[in-house]
Design a protein around this ligand. Structure first.
Ligand code: SF4
Length: 369
């Protein structure tokens, strides 16, 4: 147990494994009416209990805590220009080819996730930029059958060819990003984007594919997007997973949109209510209930971020790195000096007002490099 866990009497490995077992049990129950998805969910339940043993083995033999999930930014391009896009402000997504970060090959991403699966990692959220702009990488990644890849997409590219791909690769799960209703979504993402996202959901529903939505939660929309009226709409669209992502003010002047501590607690309470009301929907919040997890889960404690060039970063909102998973492997990245210093400095438990501890303390984190 690390200091934070000791201090908060939480064994994160057990907490995460239990959480995943509950998640998969609920997912399995959700898709029972669909034999193909049910067969897949059942297989993944078996796989994930094996993964838990793999994580335990790595812990015993190498004294290394293996995170249960990763966040991987596989694309440096996007077909939208959303206001306040953290990927564009962090330099992950860029329209100017010459200014784009180097990107890994599909083979390199497949190798990274093959090592991850062997260590017992269950999921990698795929982000960017727009991940569906990199079909070549998605094809390669989908071959790592012992992992599930939630694809955080704006949904505008989900047409017949992607439907065929998703039908064939059930471990690729589309999570369509919106801001709430049509007005809020189009206001931030551009005119007509909400309609295109709803059309994508309709196509996925007709195909009986397992999918979800991701909603950026701000002080302006958190009541609306956690309301029964809005969630009825998402349930009717066929969403089986809902991610509430707390807004992180990476754009100067948008600090007022970040939830404060009281609002984060209210969000967690409203999610508890939604879990009771919508038994067949799985709800997550990011960065989640840090009180439950004894602080932030970045820097390999519960997850870490892999940049488009393979750089290992504590979190997408903390773009600092001193290691690369291609040259050092996942094991090397997990033991990187920066990650160790962040964990040793107990930075993951530092006080903070908005959604992201490390973003708020970015000056101090940059000094640890
Ligand atoms: S879709 Fe995502 S990556 Fe693209 S501009 Fe919008 S927020 Fe940024």
């Amino acid at each position: 147990m690390t200091d934070i866990q000791e201090e908060n009497k939480i064994d994160l490995a057990v907490y995460m494994s239990d959480g995943i077992a509950r998640l998969m049990a609920k997912a399995y129950k959700n898709v029972l009416s669909n034999p193909r998805e049910a067969k897949f969910a059942f297989r993944m339940q078996q796989t994930f209990s094996k993964s838990e043993k793999r994580r335990k083995k790595v812990k015993e033999q190498e004294d290394l805590d293996v995170p249960t999930f990763l966040i991987s930014s596989i694309s440096t391009t996007c077909n939208l220009h959303c206001k306040g896009c953290y990927a564009r402000s962090n330099g992950i997504a860029n329209d100017v080819v010459a200014d784009r970060k180097a990107t890994l090959t599909p083979q390199q991403w497949r190798d990274i996730f093959t090592e991850a699966a062997e260590m017992g990692v269950n999921f990698s959220l795929l982000a960017g930029g727009e991940p569906m702009m990199r079909r070549d990488i998605l094809e390669a990644v989908s071959e790592v059958k012992d992992m599930i890849f939630p694809i955080f997409t704006n949904g505008t590219l989900i047409g017949p060819t992607y439907l065929e791909f998703l039908r064939t690769h059930l471990n690729m799960v589309p999570i369509i990003s919106i801001e709430g209703n049509d007005t809020a979504t189009d206001e931030r993402r551009g005119r007509g984007v909400f309609q295109r996202a709803m059309q994508a959901m309709e196509r996925l529903k007709q195909e009986q594919l397992f999918f979800g939505t991701s909603i950026t939660v701000t002080t302006e929309n958190y009541h609306k997007v956690t309301s029964v009226e809005f969630m009825d709409q998402m349930a009717a669209c066929g969403c089986k997973i809902v991610f509430f992502v707390e807004y992180v003010p990476t754009e100067v002047g948008t600090e007022h949109l970040a939830l404060d501590e009281a609002q984060v607690m209210e969000l967690e309470q409203r999610m508890e209510q939604l879990r009771k009301t919508y038994e067949n929907i799985i709800f997550f919040s990011f960065p989640g209930d840090e009180k439950e997890t004894g602080g932030c889960m970045a820097s390999g404690r519960g997850f870490f971020h892999i940049g488009p060039d393979g750089s290992a970063e504590p979190c997408p909102f903390s773009p600092f790195s001193d290691s690369n998973v291609v040259t050092m492997g996942l094991r090397g990245a997990l033991q990187s000096p920066l990650f160790s210093k962040i964990r040793d400095a107990r930075a993951l438990g530092w006080e903070h007002t908005g959604g992201c501890t490390l973003y708020e303390h970015r000056e101090e984190i940059s000094k640890l490099l």
